[in-house]
Design a protein around this ligand. Structure first.
Ligand SMILES: C[C@@]1(CC(=O)O)c2cc3[nH]c(cc4nc(cc5[nH]c(cc(n2)[C@H]1CCC(=O)O)[C@@](C)(CC(=O)O)[C@@H]5CCC(=O)O)C(CC(=O)O)=C4CCC(=O)O)c(CCC(=O)O)c3CC(=O)O
Ligand SMILES: NC(=O)C1=CN([C@@H]2O[C@H](COP(=O)(O)OP(=O)(O)OC[C@H]3O[C@@H](n4cnc5c(N)ncnc54)[C@H](O)[C@@H]3O)[C@@H](O)[C@H]2O)C=CC1
Length: 221
């Protein structure tokens, strides 16, 4: 299994099964994709912005929704292995990627598995155990989440700095050295994590110190 980041903007996702797992998948994908959940019953759970369609997924109903949505991904999350098998087969012949919430014979989990994910926009970190130990994936996600506190703010900060250095005509090697020094700087991380009113100034000061250290003065004055 090889992790990739997939942009679901303007794509659609069909989730089959409206239990707790279906709801979790629906919340995840509805952040970006048009997401439809097909199920005869729905758990008392949050389905995000997904559209809920009350119907049992037999082959005919599935084919109708597959041709209507042309989904990039189909999630089989019913509590019935035979139904999940039918969903996977129909999705595959429609050319969609398949995610199965249950074991699927020899090839354990079809095309894609859903990783445990730390989100601190625009940063995302995904943990997969290749389907072997979801409980471990969850625990690692919790530990990594604590370790990378402030990563989203760091990404925004360095994206701005990257553009500024480029606009100032700083040569690529000095840009690289400055950006590497900023993402390694404990004072910058510390200031980004602290929520007090002085922290913006502290971030600016720490970044300025690093940049003047690394970048030739001709660009920074
Ligand atoms: C293959 C995969 C399917 C897929 O891609 O959909 C899959 C399959 C199965 N999970 C099962 C059980 C549990 N799943 C969780 C939790 C999560 N499961 C997730 C993903 C995945 N689960 C994919 C592999 C990911 C990887 O590679 O590691 C997470 C990461 C993401 C998410 O679901 O959103 C989410 C953590 C979210 C978070 O970060 O919090 C817990 C923990 C808990 O609930 O505390 C348990 C109980 C403890 C345990 O079993 O470990 C069972 C047995 C069901 C049964 O016994 O009937 C199966 C099926 C089977 O194994 O047959
Ligand atoms: N990926 C994961 O993290 C986990 C996966 N699982 C697996 O996922 C499966 C589903 O788990 P839960 O959501 O907890 O089960 P659940 O029993 O809460 O929900 C199953 C849903 O499927 C629907 N359903 C049944 N037949 C259907 C059909 N023909 N068409 C459409 N929908 C149908 C039901 O109405 C129900 O809404 C489990 O059987 C298990 O194998 C379970 C726990 C965690």
């Amino acid at each position: 299994m090889i992790p990739l980041a997939f942009d679901f903007t303007d794509e659609s996702v069909l989730v089959v099964g409206g239990g707790t797992v279906g709801a979790r998948r629906a919340r995840r994908f509805a952040r970006e994709a048009r997401t439809v959940v097909l199920s005869p019953a729905f758990a008392a759970a949050d389905f995000g912005d997904a559209e809920l369609v009350r119907a049992r997924a037999d082959r005919e109903t599935l084919d109708a929704w597959l041709s209507r949505l042309d989904p990039a991904l189909v999630v089989a999350a019913t509590d019935d292995g035979g139904t999940n098998e039918t969903v996977a087969a129909a999705a595959r012949s429609a050319g969609a990627l398949v995610n199965r919430a249950d074991h699927a014979g020899e090839r354990a989990f079809d095309d894609v598995t859903v990783p445990a994910t730390v989100r601190d926009d625009p940063v995302t970190i995904a943990v997969s155990t290749g389907g072997t130990s979801p409980a471990l994936a969850k625990r690692l996600r919790e530990r990594i989440g604590e370790a990378v506190d402030g990563a989203g703010a760091m990404a925004d900060l360095t994206a701005g700095l990257r553009a500024d250095l480029e606009a100032a005509g700083v040569p690529p090697e000095e840009r690289r050295d400055a950006l590497r020094a900023v993402v390694r700087s404990e004072p910058v991380w510390k200031a980004l994590r602290s929520a007090d009113t002085k922290s913006d100034q502290a971030v600016d000061d720490a970044v300025r110190r690093i940049v003047t250290d690394v970048v030739d003065t001709e660009y920074t004055t």
